[in-house]
Design a protein around this ligand. Structure first.
Ligand code: C2E
Ligand code: CA
Ligand code: CA
Length: 744
């Protein structure tokens, strides 16, 4: 092995990895065969030095073990980290090992550079075994190329390629040399670069994109070239000579074409053309092969890097930039010019879920792709657009500084979006909502803009579909409000500010109360009694739902015991408590419920829980285990808001459920919407099939009662019969039971 040719390689490796030493050593040898830098130069002495040397030998042996397949190996000695990779060529079995201070942990980049260096060592060795002066120069050329290519990045690649082509061209004394790649998409060989660059390239360039399917003996070969291919004057008085003649104006040429092989795939060629006759020696051909293999490795690595970079910054489905790309680009813009006029738009499709549910996810995906394309085409090229998630898109519109203008643009976008689209043979049309925030003196960077647009979007959703809302002072105020809410909620449970109200449920035929549902209320020190919908979602977001849930369960059990103790007449037959997902899968939920039952002396059937359909669907397995435990206890289980997530119909069989509570949205319009009537009817039939009880929620109208009875649903809750009442009011009601319709 020629140390001189490997030495510059180790130097580049050492510098690229910031190492104190880089050595190539044979597994069975003692000292390194080739070295750059050393531990002793770095001040390592005595015992430590021999320990280090031993560690280098051990690690290299480990990397070279298993026939050189040990991969990249890591170890350390006090103060230093070591990294090694196998090097194998013919009889040589060994590796290359770098050492550096352990204040810097090894990163993927170091591992990649090391692996490349090891590959390059092998390539250099392959080109070696030559001793003549010309041979030594060839060795030096190969290691020059190796060192030149080490550690370069995608951006530096074109310039480096050109420089190397120049070195090669001059070294081999050819008139032109080039790198071409095979493009399977175009079914053609494509010129990457050439040296020297031609001053007047004809248009189209006859050497630019050359289809594989050609009579030309060289270009017909490049697609599958496996061995270097040579042409000399007189070999071919034909197409190739003519092509060069027309492109370069030269008659007789010699050419060498060397394949770039990755496995058995030819992904390109390195070509050399000499005007007049030229022969290539065996040694030269060796060197060319080695250089081709260096280029192959490099292009492989760079394209993998580019792919990774692309993946990191793009959304896979639509090819649009992703959140990260968006945030980085927008941050860069705002860093330069914090008050640049710019409007941020958050767009979210309305009810996309039904597209997925009804037509399937493949169609849903196609739809999102089509929407992305439409959006991209509807904005200016310098506007930034990204897909954040699902059906959520964000667009930064440059040059817009007023909400009015932004809203006009947003409406135009919405109109374009809602135009029906043909996806996979289905005509799909969806409206969308848009939230807008405007950059200006008051804004505070990308996060702020995104957050505000998000708040505006939520507000737009609240107002129903197909709506545009700009972030404004009122929303800002609500946001502050929300911060205050969070802050106070954290202590509200412990401070005894929570209350329970109870909404009765009735048998619609007899007017009897069949159960009460406990609904949490918050006695806010300044704002009075707040209903659950005002704060329960916040509780879940700040992870207090398990704490609140335990309080609610215990309070409901305590209250039931008190009703039993004090009521002069009947007590509610059972109390049902709403349980959130977080509570349900919290540690020993079943045990806690069991303890409460025995502490307050209730029969299990007197307690029920309500969980929403979406809770069940979130972690069916975990939820199922808990539900089974509750079922064993004998607690009643109701599925709340039933009908809002079709998916769980199929799971119903497997779940230990007693009651389906039909969602309010179907019940409120029952009397005049035949679609809803069909749904409720289907739910009731389904429940009968599974032997479940149905309870209708949100009955506000006597016509709904008639419709429910007609469909076979006999139990209901709703403002028509009773709003949620305090515990005292429930007791009063029970003491004077009346017609439920007149109970209010
Ligand atoms: P939910 O379980 O579906 O509770 C019914 C909600 O609908 C209650 O609102 C109730 O006041 C309201 N409601 C009842 N009848 C009618 C009607 O006829 N018309 C209309 N428009 N509304 C009616 P609330 O108390 O604000 O509760 C909202 C949601 O908060 C509940 O929905 C439930 O999911 C959750 N929640 C309430 N209490 C608790 C609790 O203690 N723990 C947990 N985890 N969630 C709770
Ligand atoms: Ca409920
Ligand atoms: Ca409900």
């Amino acid at each position: 092995m020629d140390a001189e040719t490997i030495q510059p390689l180790l130097k580049s490796l050492g510098e690229a990895t910031n190492a104190i030493s880089a050595d190539v050593l044979a597994v069975d040898g003692g000292v390194p065969l080739v070295a750059w830098g050393s531990a002793s130069e770095a001040g390592v002495r005595g015992e430590s030095l021999s320990e280090m040397r031993q560690a280098i030998r051990d690690l290299t042996a480990k990397a070279a073990s298993n026939n050189g397949r040990g991969g990249v190996q890591e170890s350390s000695v006090p103060g230093f980290g070591l990294l090694a990779h196998a090097v194998r060529h013919a009889e040589f079995v060994g590796g290359v090992c770098v050492v550096r201070g352990d204040d810097q942990p090894w990163e993927d980049n170091d591992r990649t550079v090391l692996a490349m260096a090891a590959d390059m060592c092998e390539s250099v060795m392959q080109a070696g075994n030559v001793t003549s002066e010309h041979g030594r120069r060839l060795d030096a050329l190969v290691s020059y190329v190796a060192a030149e290519l080490m550690g370069i990045s995608a951006v530096e690649l074109p310039e480096t390629t050109y420089r190397i082509l120049g070195e090669l061209g001059r070294f081999f004394d050819v008139d032109t040399c080039f790198l071409r790649r095979n493009d399977p998409g175009l079914k053609a060989s494509v010129l990457v670069d050439e040296w020297p660059r031609r001053p007047d390239v004809p248009d189209p360039d006859p050497l630019g994109i050359v289809p594989w399917d050609t009579d030309d003996p060289i270009f017909a070969r490049v697609r599958d070239l496996k061995e270097p291919y040579f042409v000399r004057p007189g070999d071919h008085r034909d197409e190739y000579q003519e092509r060069v003649a027309s492109a370069a104006g030269v008659q007789d040429v010699s050419a060498a074409t060397v394949p770039l092989l990755r496995g058995d795939v030819t992904f390109g060629v390195l070509g050399f053309v000499h005007f007049g006759d030229r022969m290539w020696s065996r040694q030269e051909v060796h060197a060319l092969n080695a250089i081709a293999s260096l280029l192959t490795q490099l292009y492989g690595r760079v394209s993998a890097e580019e792919r990774l970079h692309y993946q990191a910054y793009h959304d896979e489905l639509t090819g649009l930039p992703n959140r990260r790309a968006f945030v980085e680009e927008l941050s860069a813009i705002l860093d330069k010019e914090p008050e640049v006029p710019l409007a941020l738009m958050f767009a979210d499709m309305d009810r996309l879920k039904t597209v997925n549910d009804v037509l399937g996810h493949a169609i849903g995906d196609m739809f999102i792709k089509a929407v992305a394309k439409r959006l991209r085409e509807s904005v200016r090229p310098d506007d930034i657009i990204a897909r954040l998630a699902g059906d959520e898109f964000v667009i930064a519109l440059r040059g817009i500084s007023s909400s009015e203008r932004a809203e006009r643009v947003a409406r135009r976008l919405l109109n374009q979006l809602t135009e029906p689209l043909d996806v996979g043979g289905h005509v799909v049309s969806r409206s969308a909502c848009v939230g807008i925030s405007i950059n200006g003196p008051a804004s505070n960077g990308v996060d702020d803009l995104l957050g505000n647009a998000d708040v505006a979007l939520l507000e737009a959703k609240k107002r129903g579909g197909n709506t545009v809302v700009s972030f404004n002072d009122e929303l800002r105020w609500q946001l502050l409000d929300r911060a205050d809410l969070e802050f106070r909620l954290r202590s509200a449970i412990g401070d005894g500010e929570m209350r329970l109200h109870y909404q009765p449920e009735f048998d619609l035929r007899s007017g009897q109360m069949t159960a009460v549902e406990a609904l949490v209320r918050w006695q806010h020190p300044e704002r009075g009694l707040l209903s659950a919908s005002a704060f329960v979602s916040v509780i879940e977001e700040i992870n207090l739902s398990a704490e609140l849930g335990r309080w609610v369960l215990e309070e409901a059990c305590r209250q039931l015991a008190e009703w039993k103790r004090t009521a002069s007449a009947a007590t509610p037959p059972s109390v049902r408590v709403n349980i959130s997902a977080g509570e349900l899968i919290s540690a020993d939920f079943v045990g806690f419920v069991g303890t409460l039952l025995s502490r307050y002396g209730h029969a299990p059937a007197e307690l029920g829980i309500e969980i929403t359909e979406s809770t069940v669907m979130r972690d069916v397995d975990d939820v199922l285990a808990t539900l089974m435990g509750l079922r064993r206890l004998g607690v009643t289980i109701a599925i709340d808001d039933f009908g809002t997530g079709y998916s769980s119909l199929s799971h119903l069989k497997q779940l230990p459920v007693d009651i389906l509570k039909i969602d309010r949205s179907f019940v409120s319009t029952l009397a005049d919407d035949s679609g809803d009537r069909a749904i409720v009817s289907a739910i009731v039939r389904l429940a009968e099939a599974f032997n479940l009880t149905t309870v209708a929620e949100g009955v506000e109208d006597p016509s709904a009662v008639a419709a429910l009875l007609g469909l076979g649903c006999h139990r209901a809750q709703g403002f028509l019969m009773s709003e949620p009442l305090s515990a005292a009011d429930i007791a009063t009601w029970l003491d004077n039971p009346g017609d439920y319709l007149g109970s209010k």
